[in-house]
Design a protein around this ligand. Sequence first.
Ligand SMILES: *Cc1c(COP(=O)(O)O)cnc(C)c1O
Length: 363
Amino acid sequence: MTAALPQAYFNPPRRLPFVLPTPPQGKKLISLAINESPYGCSRKAWVAAEARFGNPNRYPDPSSADLRRAIGKQFALDPERIVCGNGSEELLDVVARMFVRAGDEIIMSQSGFFQFAVVAARLGAELKRAPENDYITDVDGLLALLGPKTKLVFLAVPNNPTGTLLPVDDVIRLHENLPPEIVLVLDLAYGEYMEKVDLDRLMRYGGAKPNVVITRTFSKAYGLAALRVGWALAPDWMTPGLNLLRGVGNINAIAQAAAAAAVEDQVFVDRVVAETTAERSFLARHFTRLGLHFVPGYGNFLLTRFPDEKRKSAAKFIDLAMREEGIWLRPVGEPGFANWSRIGLGSRAENDLLVRLLEEYLK
Ligand SMILES: *Cc1c(COP(=O)(O)O)cnc(C)c1O
């Protein structure tokens, strides 16, 4: 006789509903597969990280107070309403754990961010996806899915993997039509790449609502993906709960120091955004010339469709790019994108190389 095993909260699927991208090993890798910045990070962040590395025996501040103060100062926000996470990934999970139980429903756009589905799977929640118009989130489609079990709506602006931008007025209309007991999570991981007026409007609007959580990240424009730092702006009634649910020492001390310095260096961020925008136009121009179809995007990547499933497929090009130049690309995991690749924007030299390979391949 064995003792009865504890009852699981739900029956997890035998196979994960997602594939985690593992970077291939190799020194000369050109990574265009996971939306990383090719521009490194602010020199000030680097210096701050190095200084903190001198005291590795000391625990980090579990409340990330300096980092929250730096973020608050930079964006004129109350630090008490900021919650930091081990990547914004952790914060998406934490918000869901606060409001969602197995069997509850989470709503997202058809080709929304894959982490939303990961979060739902972890909790045993039902995930409902609303069809899109031209790869853009459809507000009425989302609203049509609301039901008595709906707890959370996830929305990324700009979205990943599509890169499309739901206009601010539509985000507001979505929120205005949500019952107050449903929480809207606005994932602004690519917010820095938006027009500043639009980003400010979203921050101000969402920041004033009792059922909106906004998430931001240091992984993209700030170029600190390796350190795993994200932050949320949450209503003040919600922050004690979110802080309880996050990991106690969730942001390591080196990451806290680096991110606090990075947020003060907006000159660096502006330069990254300007270069990224220029590279996006560069690739868009060449893709058009080569007859490659892509979704007009606002992030640091372009969702791109290859012309011929058999002879000129995305899969074949992905193999070829890795074999010939060590360029790491990936197919798109979401259903409906069998012959697509979400191509990250590299440096000009990397993008040049990519265009040359594409030209050769598509000839
Ligand atoms: C990259 C990305 C994130 C950021 O994840 P981190 O955990 O902060 O690295 C969040 N949301 C979206 C839509 C993303 O593409």
